[in-house]
Design a protein around this ligand. Structure first.
Ligand code: UDP
Length: 327
């Protein structure tokens, strides 16, 4: 299949593109390289540098390539930033997505995968969180994904547009090929930050609060290997013709911040000094996914559910790419 991957130069998009190509699909990557990296784009992908805000550029991609499906990763993704700059999220994330969707529909494309988020569940009643959970976006970022999910719902009703919304919990790790990994600037995520300490690039890790109602007082998250996420995208894509679908994606097991740091110590052999600081506003105490639905419906099975392996792959990437993609 010919697949347009927006944000295919970013962390998750580039690794999904790698998997698609490995499985024989043709990939067109569309990325403005604001956050993505040219070196992350698979050499066998067709690369188009462009911005989703530029509708003519989006149209040109669909005109030039016989796109059969779209995977949409390109997005602003920082919860904290969205609380300070809501229009960047409620505006740009939504209008950029609309440009993409309008051109997809205009060009007869009816298959679409959306990167969605666990930030839809700010106040969960059940743990682990399944797809029946009430949607309570935790930020303008989460709301932007919720709006896109709602738009997709209506496009399905009106045009028979088939979509999958995949709500990631905490994506982590790196491609097991060692070729692609996480390189954000600024880096806000826990695992890469902790590994930066092991690399000597950061003095210590600050734990954002240890007074949560959890087993050691620090926040619990569900870390899912980025390659397992990639497989979920591919399975969802292959199933789209049977109908639209929404899945929560995690391993179903939570780890505290302190447990993550301890596992990083074991993996790296570095003492990794840590200190407790104040809570980060907007962090729920516990977020763990139930991925029973995608397991049941699509037979998805994580290949790397073990936190040590996830951190091991991340460490391999950071150790061999101390400057990330070096751009
Ligand atoms: N965290 C932390 N110190 C850091 C970065 C993150 O204690 O320097 C915590 C954060 O409060 C959250 C967990 O680690 O409870 C995972 O945060 P991350 O930003 O990786 O992902 P999020 O859960 O926000 O999507």
């Amino acid at each position: 299949m010919n697949i347009l991957v927006t944000g295919g130069a970013g962390y998750i998009g580039s690794i999904v593109a790698e998997e698609l190509i490995r499985q024989g699909d043709a990939v067109v990557v569309f990325d403005n390289l604001y956050y993505g990296h040219r070196a992350a784009v698979h050499p066998d992908a067709t690369f188009v540098e462009g911005d989703l805000a530029d509708r003519a550029a989006v149209k040109a991609v669909f005109d030039a390539h016989e796109i059969e499906a779209v995977m949409h990763f390109a997005s602003y993704t920082l919860v904290g930033e969205s609380m300070e700059q809501p229009f960047k999220y409620l505006g740009d994330n939504v209008t950029n997505g609309l440009n993409l969707l309008q051109e997809a529909v205009a060009h007869g494309v009816r298959r679409f995968i959306l990167s969605s988020t666990a930030n839809l569940f700010d106040d969960p009643e059940r743990m682990p969180i399944d797809e029946e959970e009430r949607i309570v976006p935790g930020s303008p970022y989460g709301e932007s994904k919720n709006i896109l999910e709602r738009i997709l719902h209506w496009l399905d009703r009106v045009y028979g547009f088939r979509y999958a919304a995949l709500r990631y919990f905490n994506a982590a790790g790196a491609s097991p090929t060692g070729e692609r990994g996480e390189d954000h600037d600024p880096e806000t995520h826990l695992i890469p930050r902790v590994l930066q300490v092991a690399l000597g690039r950061r003095e210590k890790i600050v734990i954002f609060g240890d007074d949560y109602p959890t087993r050691d007082g620090t926040c619990v998250r569900d870390y899912i290997h980025v390659t397992d996420l990639a497989q979920a995208h591919i399975l969802a894509l292959r199933a789209l013709d049977e109908g639209s679908r929404t899945y929560n994606l995690g391993n179903g097991q939570g780890f505290t911040v302190k447990e993550v740091i301890e596992t990083c110590r074991e993996v790296t052999g570095h003492p990794i000094p840590a200190e407790v600081g104040p809570r980060r506003p907007g962090d729920p105490a516990v977020l763990v996914a139930s991925s029973e639905k995608i397991r049941r419906e699509l037979g998805w099975e994580p290949r790397y559910p073990d936190l040590r392996t996830i951190i091991g792959h991340a460490w391999e990437w950071h150790r061999t790419h101390p400057n990330g993609y070096g751009d």
